[in-house]
Structure formats: C-alpha cells, structure tokens
Design a protein. Structure first.
Length: 265
C-alpha cells in the first residue's frame, strides 16, 4: 500500500496455523500451498518459526520462490539470541547466513529481536544488546522490549545511533509491560498488535489463549494517524497482527488496510 513516499505493509505474525483452516484457508489447501495463498492477500509476513528453529538459506529461498518475489519477509531472531542469550558467535553467523539470500534479493524487511520481560535494562543487558547489534549490523534490525524499564530517551537515542528500529506494541496494559509508545528510531518503523487480553496474558493453559482477542474498529482506528506519522519518518513501515487465534489477525490486518486506504483516498 502506497502512502506518502514509501510503502506501508500490513500482515500477520505467522501464517501457518491449524485453526486458520476453514476460517481463512480453504480446507482443500495442503500445507505446502498455504504461503502462496497468503501471498495473494498480503504483501508481507512475519515469520516466527525462525525463533523456534534456526532458519536455513535453502528454506528461505524456497519461500521466496513460492511467492515469486511478491512477499516481503520479516524474521524473528532465534531464541538463542534473544531469550536464552547463550548464542555463540556461530549462532549469529548461522542466522545471518540464512537471511543472506532474502536480504540480497531485497525481500528482507527486518529481523526482529524480541526480548522477554526478564530482559531488564541494566548494564549487562545493554552490553549484550550492543554486541548482538554489532554482529548483525548488516541486517535491518528492529528491537521489541517487553519490559517497560527500557522506555527512556537514552534507549531511543542508542537505537537511533545504531540505525535500529523500535518495535511499537499494542498489548494489555499490565504493570511492567510497554504502553503504546509510538517511536521511530531507525529506517524501519515497526508495529505489532498482540491483542489486549489482559486476563489471559499470564494466566493461561495454552499459549494461543494469550492472543485470543478481537480488535474492534475504534481500537484499530486509533493507530491510523500514528502509522501515517511513522511513514513520514521512516523509509519502511511494517505492521503485524499477532492476535492469531482463529485467524483474527487476518481480519484485523484487512480492517487496518481498509482504513489506511480510506485515509489515502
């Protein structure tokens, strides 16, 4: 979607969910056909499998081939880099090598470094973040903090100095989590909608319960002027919906796209 001088790309966090069958995906589609079908509806996707298992260059090449260059990929960094934080130099190299073909093809929107709530703002973690950024400086990086202790001018200035994007989030307003701060610190502006299911954010039996949330029109509309403002500051804007249960992310993403088109008209 064109807006101003760049593209605003809207998509979903992940695309391969069993409970999307008969809701978004026709039941007749095979697993191998899901990405192609998704690419008929959206221009970008946030890949989350790369958090659970290290991606490979061959695997990402096949995904590019399936979508014939029509889809921009954003990848979550592997958990050894962001959550376990025991990544050896080799892990950074493996992840970077896997991203190389997509990056060289101009189809890598961003690499998302999503840190957990336990990643507090202290000298050791600031040093770790700096080291991770240095090892991946050739990739378009975006950082998502879950701990509100990082919200200060020093953090934003540090990200700007390193050309790293700040991930803006829409999530439950629970003490310690990030409020809906709208900052642009790098060439890539990035927004993730996690839903506002505060009741199930921590108290859930299954992980999908946390993201079981339906955004209403007013909740999404509040973001439209902010996303347009981001577009004027950044070279690229990515917006992803993570309220993935029963393909609710698809509905939310399509609703936001319609609102942006209306503003553009």
């Amino acid at each position: 979607m064109h807006w101003g001088h760049v593209l605003i790309r809207v998509g979903t966090s992940g695309f391969s969910y069993r409970d999307w069958k008969d809701v978004f995906y026709p039941r007749s589609l095979s697993q191998a056909e899901l990405l192609e079908y998704y690419a008929d509806h959206f221009r970008t996707v946030e890949l989350n499998f790369s958090y659970y298992r290290m991606p490979s260059a061959d695997g990402l090449k096949k995904m590019m081939e399936k979508t014939s260059g029509s889809l921009i990929f954003c990848l979550k960094a592997h958990r050894s880099i962001t959550h376990e934080r025991d990544a050896a130099v080799e892990d950074f190299g493996k992840f970077s090598d896997a991203c190389a073909p997509v990056n060289e093809a101009g189809l890598l929107g961003a690499v998302l470094l999503q840190f957990p709530y336990s990643f507090h703002r202290n000298s050791a973690n600031r040093k770790y973040l700096d080291e991770a950024a240095r090892r991946m400086e050739h990739l378009p990086l975006v950082v998502e903090f879950r701990n509100s202790g990082w919200l200060n001018p020093e953090t934003f200035e540090g990200l700007k100095e390193r050309n790293i994007g700040f991930c803006c989030v829409d999530e439950p307003q629970i003490r310690g989590l990030l409020p809906a701060v709208k900052e642009v610190t790098g060439p890539v502006a990035y927004v993730r909608f996690h839903g506002r299911n505060s009741e199930k954010w921590y108290n859930h039996e299954h992980s999908w319960e946390r993201y079981n949330y339906v955004y209403d029109s007013d909740e999404i509309r509040q973001w439209v002027p902010e996303i347009i403002r981001m577009d004027k500051k950044a070279k690229e804007v990515f917006v992803f919906f993570n309220n993935h249960y029963k393909a609710r992310a698809v509905d939310s993403a399509k609703l936001l796209e319609k609102m942006l088109e209306t503003e553009q008209a």
